[in-house]
Structure formats: C-alpha cells, structure tokens
Design a protein around this ligand. Structure first.
Ligand code: ADP
Ligand code: ZN
Length: 601
C-alpha cells in the first residue's frame, strides 16, 4: 500500500484514539462524593459495595433502594484509608468491601482498553480487506461494484439498436473486429487498442454504443460509473480499480465500460483534501493498470464523458484512451432514424410521419427521443387507442419541450380571448413573412409557463441564420403584443418572453453578428478573470461609452422596425386575424394547414 494511504489510516486511528480517550474521561455518570458525604452514606447504610485503593481512590455502588445501584467515586487522603476501613466495618448494613493495590489489575486494563483494542483490530482488518488481500467474504469494501451484463442472444443489444450516430458506429466497428478475432490483428504485429473514449452530451447513446460493441462481438460487458470508485475512504477507489481489471482479465475477451470517467479522471488540481487525494490515487491506479496489461489480452476499456475538456491529459496518452470517438447530437435524418428504432416496439397509426417529428425536435438527443416515443405510447394507452397516432407524438413533444398541459388551470373567457388574439397575431405575421419557417401549429392550451404557443417547423436543422430570417423572426415575436395593442388597445405581461427573446436576438445581431450600421465588429463584454483584482461578476468592456450608446440605439431601432412590420401586417389583414381568433377560441388548437385555409391562402 502506498505510504500516503498508510498515513491517512494512521491519522484516522489517531483521531479515534483521541476521541475515545476524550470520551472515556467523561463516561463517569455517577456521583462524586466528598469524604463527608461518603461517611454520611456509610453511616446510613446506603452503600452496597466499596472498593478502596491504596492511593486513596474509592469507587462503589449505592444500594438498590437508595439511588438504584448508582455508582459513585470519591477520594480520601492515603493516610486516612485505615480510618475509613473502620467506618466501613461499623456500617449498619453488610457491604461488599475490598481493598486493592493502586496499580490497576490486568483485568481492569483490559476492561478500559478493550473497546479501544477492538476498534483497532477492526481497522486493521478493514485495511487488509481494502488492500486487496483476502478479498472474500461479506465485507467486500474494495470490490469494484462493476455490473456484469452478459445478455441472452435474444435481447442482445447490437448496432441495430443504435441509430443516428453513423460516424461513431463506423469507428467502433474496428473495435468489434478486434474483440471477435484478436489473432487476425496481432498476427501482423499490430497492437490492439486498449481504451476507447466516447465523448458526447448526456443521452446521445454512449452507453448504448458500448453495449452494442459488446453485443456485436458477443463478449461480456462490465459497467461501472466513475463516481462508484470514489468513496469516503482514501484507497478504496484504487483497490476497486484493481479489482475491476482483475475481473476483466478473468473474463477476457470483454468490454469494461466506465461511465462518467471525468469523476475520476478530471484534471489534477492543486491543493490537498481527502476527496482530492482519493481521486488522484484512483486515477493513478487506473493509469498503471492500463499501462500494465497487454491489450492482446482482449480487454478493451470503453469510457464515456461529456466533459472531455476537463480530462487529465495523462489519460489520453498513447496506450491508454488513444481512440477517441465523438458521439454527436443527431441531425434531422439521425433523429428520424432513432425514432424508427424506438417505434419498432409500438403499433403505429398510418398518419404518423416520423419525418415531421424529427423536424420539430431539433436539439433532442437519443434519450429524449426514446422518452418521446414512450410518452406518446402512454398517451395512446390512456385514451384506449389501439395504435399510437400522430397527435400522441405532438402531445408528448409539447409535454417534453414545454411542460405538461394545464387544462385544469382556470382561465377566464376574457383571458382566453386575449391569449387567442396574441397567438393569432404571431401566427398571422409568421404566415406573411417570406423568410420565415412554415407555420406548424397554434394553440391556446396553457402549458408549463406559457398561456399559448405558436410553433414553426424548419425544413432542416438550422445552424446558420441570415439577417433576413432573423428580421422576420423578430417581427413574428412582436406579432403577439402588436395584435393585443391594435385590437384591445392594451399591453399585457403575456409578451414578456417574446420581448426577452427579441431583445436578445437584436443585441446579438448588433454585437456578435455584425448585422447593423456599426458594422462587423464584436462588442461582447468579456468576463473578467478572478485575477487583476476584479470580481468574477464584473465585466470588462473594450469599447467606449459612446459605442455603448450607439449599440443601445441600434438594438432599439431593430426592435422598433420589427414592431412596425408586425403592426402593418396585422392592420392590413384584420379580417383574417379575427377569423383566426374565433377559430382558436372554438378548437383551441390549429395546425398549419387549417390556419392557411381559414386565412384563405
Ligand atoms: P449516454 O450514455 O450517452 O448518456 P445512453 O446510451 O444511456 O446515453 O442513452 C439512453 C437511452 O437513450 C438508450 O438506452 C436508448 O434507449 C436511447 N438512445 C440514446 N441514443 C440513442 C441512439 N443513438 N440510437 C437509439 N437509441 C438511443
Ligand atoms: Zn407570444
């Protein structure tokens, strides 16, 4: 065991000893009698037993009937012991009396030190367990906790269960080949990879991919998460790593999957703390295990992280996690493919168009999509349907993105009308802007924090926005407030989110995207570092006060322009708007086609 670990254990022991002796000094809960009290009690015959030591220390117990066998202690001057003995002899009641030499007997030493020794033995025992020797039995503290999953052929996870991450799958195909036929590769003197690092956001399918690799190669799959290594006690993690690798070698060829490796493999920081020390040791153990075993043994470590940036560079050195695979968020086509995988298990209605769902779920990862399909199926079951229909998917998509519907929320007719006018305003402007995404649906059913919702559906995922697109989007955002102003001559708080988003867009157009008269220049305030005497929240600005004013003016101009555009459309198409409001009040939800029909285009 490392010297540091021993030191840490020694420190724990020391603390225990100190706290024990501290306690034992205070464990006497009986009475402390003065000499006079003692003589008084003796005279009364209240004392049942008394032990007198040569040095004058006295302890004993009272009679049951007096204070319920309570213990007491006392002290007399050694010269007075003889005198006390005669008092004891003349006590009116018979009592147990013993005179003892002042050095405590072996028995009493054992008695007072026994618990201490027990604790000591227990700790030694634990230490030996943890250091790995004699690792059988119930107290498997240093065992790895890794879960073995060797699935039956029937429900084995393979690449068929994974979709939308083609690049990652292609890269892992090679790993599968290694595991299947290691000889084929080593024959030519090649070195097999030891570690594969999967990097990607949570829910993109990293665990799934690792399982699929094991499934494809038909080898056992051990999984553990980085946090499992870290325990309260220094040294436990390291021994768990050792145990994990031992298990792996016994079951080779196999895959060991370490989820959230950043919990152990985060960049080593300065400073000393127990947790830090523990992590450091665990990481070191992992590094030395990886260096120590031959990849030809057929154990491949697959680790996953969503924070590759904080990983200790030592982990990425050759011979360790030298294969790195990025698991991206899926694009539209990827999302459609993932949906296809997950709807295999449920009966679909004919009207379900997975392509449309994929288009409306930009930013969703595999786990979100699996969840979406599940929610849709649950909703269909709730309504006693035989198949899962498109509206179930719409329902679950909105639930996932916006929160649950709040049909039970009480809304007065007046409020409902206001919401209908607001949403109709958004929808109408969206319909007449030439660079906007097509209208998908409008609803006035409250959901999450929103009273209503107007949704557009991009044809493709958007990664790049033109100025025209943004300008149109701003006008659509203003449409809600505008309609309220024009029809009801009122301003409500319902537009606060629209205003917030519009302001952010406009500001970024000016400061980041160079889409204003200030030209293509970046005006973002940089976060000041914690150094240079600046506080973390303070921002540094490297442009003049005059420029700051100009930025504000430009932002104002852009928003004003958007507001005017929206107002113009709403005034021109007032008839269509009113029709839309009435239809919304009746059916509460309208899709793009219905809206077009109502408006007459
Ligand atoms: P990660 O490990 O990246 O956090 P998981 O592999 O645990 O993500 O994904 C959780 C679940 O989401 C999987 O069990 C699977 O049902 C679904 N899933 C995630 N990504 C995909 C994908 N690319 N293809 C199919 N299903 C996926
Ligand atoms: Zn709005």
């Amino acid at each position: 065991m490392a010297r540091k670990t021993l030191l840490a254990w020694a420190a724990i022991l020391l603390i225990l000893i100190v706290s024990y002796s501290f306690c034992s000094n205070n464990t006497f809960t009986g009475q402390n009698l003065s000499r006079n009290d003692l003589e008084y009690q003796l005279g009364k015959g209240n004392i049942e037993s008394i032990f007198v030591y040569d040095n004058g220390d006295i302890n004993g117990t009272f009679h049951d009937h007096v204070y319920g066998k309570k213990v007491f202690k006392s002290h007399v001057h050694p010269e007075l012991v003889k005198e006390l003995e005669s008092k004891i002899a003349s006590s009116p009641r018979k009592l147990l009396y013993e005179n003892r030499p002042s050095t405590p007997s072996l028995l009493s030493v054992l008695f007072s030190w026994g618990p201490m020794l027990l604790i000591l033995f227990f700790w030694i025992y634990m230490m030996r367990r943890i250091s790995g020797s004699g690792s059988s039995g119930a107290l498997s503290f240093g065992k790895s906790k890794a879960k073995l999953a060797r699935s039956e052929d029937r429900n084995r996870i393979t690449f068929k269960n994974v979709a939308g991450v083609e690049e990652a799958m292609a890269e892992l195909q090679e790993t599968v080949e290694f595991l299947k036929e290691p000889k084929k590769f080593t024959k030519l003197g090649g070195r097999l990879p030891k570690g594969v690092l999967l990097m990607g956001s949570p829910g993109t399918g990293k665990t799934l991919l690792a399982k699929a690799v094991a499934g494809e190669a038909n080898v056992p799959f051990f999984s553990i998460t980085g946090a499992d290594f870290i325990e309260m006690f220094v040294g436990v993690g390291a021994s768990r790593v050792r145990d994990l690798f031992e298990q792996g070698k016994k079951n080779a060829p196999c895959i060991i999957f370490i989820d959230e490796i950043d919990a152990v493999g985060g960049r080593r920081a300065f400073g000393f703390s127990g947790a830090h020390e523990e992590r450091e040791q665990t990481l070191n153990q992992m590094l030395s295990e990886m260096d120590g075993f031959e990849s030809n043994e057929g154990v491949i470590i697959v680790a996953a992280t969503n924070r590759p940036d904080i990983l200790d560079p030592a982990l990425l050195r050759p011979g360790r996690f030298d294969r790195r695979v990025v698991v991206d968020r899926p694009d539209v086509r990827g999302r459609e493919a993932i949906l296809k995988v997950h709807v295999k298990k449920i009966p679909l209605a004919d009207n379900v168009d997975l392509g449309i769902i994929a288009r409306g779920t930009s930013g969703f990862v595999g786990a979100d999509l699996a969840n979406l399909v599940n929610e849709a199926a649950l909703n269909a079951a709730r309504n006693d349907q035989k198949t899962v229909e498109m509206q179930d998917f719409e329902f679950s998509k909105d639930k996932v993105t916006m929160g649950s519907e709040r049909r039970s929320m009480f809304i007065s007719d007046k409020e409902k009308t206001t919401t209908a006018i607001h949403e109709a305003g958004h929808a109408l402007v969206a319909l007449f802007m030439s660079n906007a995404d097509p209208l998908h649906k409008v609803t006035i059913i409250p959901r999450g924090m929103a009273l209503g919702l107007t949704q557009q559906l991009p044809e493709e995922d958007r990664h790049n926005y033109s100025k025209e697109y943004l300008t149109d989007q701003l006008a659509i955002l203003m449409g809600g407030r505008c309609a309220e102003e024009i029809i009801l001559n009122q301003q409500t708080t319902g537009a606060s989110n629209d205003i917030e988003r519009a302001t952010e867009f406009a500001r970024r157009m000016v400061c980041e995207w160079g889409m204003s008269e200030l030209g293509p220049q970046n005006f973002i305030s940089k976060e000041g570092g914690p150094f240079l005497g600046r506080s973390l929240t303070e921002k540094s600005r490297d442009y003049s006060e005059l420029t700051a004013q100009k930025i504000d003016e430009e932002v104002k101009k852009i928003i004003k322009q958007a507001h005017e555009t929206a107002g113009k459309i709403i005034k021109e198409k007032m008839g269509a708007l009113k029709k839309l409001v009435d239809a919304l009040l009746v059916s509460e939800i309208l899709d793009g086609e219905q809206i077009k029909k109502i408006v007459g285009i």
